[in-house]
Design a protein. Structure first.
Length: 278
């Protein structure tokens, strides 16, 4: 055999040995990885606390990577805080009311659908017409959950939070006035007490706005009852034309042409009676 032949034969042997060694290492490596996976699986199955800690760490790492990529911090649980549902998921009557209110007050139908559904549930428990509850919300705040009047009435139903703070204790405190559902439930409770005290819906509305002992209520009760009648027609399947919504009665400062609900400083008996019903 020539020198060049020996050199080629030696090179082939070298390559064959390297390839064989690589396969051996790879095979042994896969075996080690397999054993490690089995060991880790058995350990995690026996130690749920370790599995949970590992999942938490992995989710934290993935969120950090996503935040870095998107430029914002993701929070998948944020959807749980949302006051919104698909109106198509509501019964036909409730969906009709939600869509009508959405168009009239220029509020997204999804949060309005959630409020309509809640009004129907609370109304069934309190024996109050849900369309009356929604009418009060419409006239009080125009469905603005963050509305505040000059005298401190807050939220959807413009409850006097400072006076009714104890009613918010079951919802975590006074700041729950700005949670739409909490404000709705507290407002309905106050409205129910006012109607019981007044003996009728109209008289109860005068108590609610704090005008029970005044000569007039600035047209408040009539506006609520008119909106209530329209909502009843909508709920009954009738076509009701959209008219410009009235300015919220207590969510904005009063104008000379339309007096607002009485303020405590106006007269001794002008303290909102709805605010002191307990």
């Amino acid at each position: 055999m020539t020198a060049s032949g020996k050199w080629v034969d030696g090179l082939r042997t070298f390559v064959s040995d390297v390839a064989h060694g690589f396969l051996e290492i790879t095979h042994n490596g896969f075996a080690v990885v397999g054993l490690a996976v089995v060991f880790a699986t058995v350990t995690l199955a026996a130690r749920p606390d370790l599995r949970q800690a590992g999942e938490t760490q992995l989710i934290s790492w993935l969120n950090a990577r996503q935040a870095e990529a998107l430029g914002l911090v993701p929070e998948l649980a944020a959807i749980d805080r949302t006051t919104a549902v698909n109106p198509r998921d509501l019964p036909k009557e409730q969906a009709a009311v939600a869509y009508w209110l959405s168009r009239k007050y220029r509020v997204a139908p999804e949060p309005l659908a959630a409020l309509v559904a809640e009004a129907y549930q609370v109304g069934a428990r309190t024996k109050l017409d849900p369309t009356l509850i929604l009418a009060v919300m419409a006239i009080e705040s125009g469905f603005n959950p963050f509305a505040q009047s000059p005298v401190g009435a807050q939220g959807l139903m413009q409850v006097m939070t400072g006076i009714h703070s104890e009613k918010y204790d079951s919802f975590g405190g006074r700041l729950a006035a700005f949670d739409p559902v909490s404000n709705l439930r507290v407002g309905v409770k106050v409205l129910q007490e006012c109607i019981q005290r007044g003996g009728s819906i109209q008289a109860g509305l005068r108590y609610y706005v704090g005008a029970a002992h005044l000569p007039e209520d600035g047209g408040y009760a009539d506006k609520v009852l008119a909106e209530h009648a329209r909502l009843q027609q909508v709920a009954g399947g009738r076509s009701v034309p959209l008219v410009s919504p009235p300015a919220p009665m207590r969510a904005v400062a009063p104008t000379p042409a339309e007096p607002a609900a009485p303020r405590p400083a106006d007269a001794a008996e002008a303290v909102p009676v709805a605010a002191v019903v307990s």
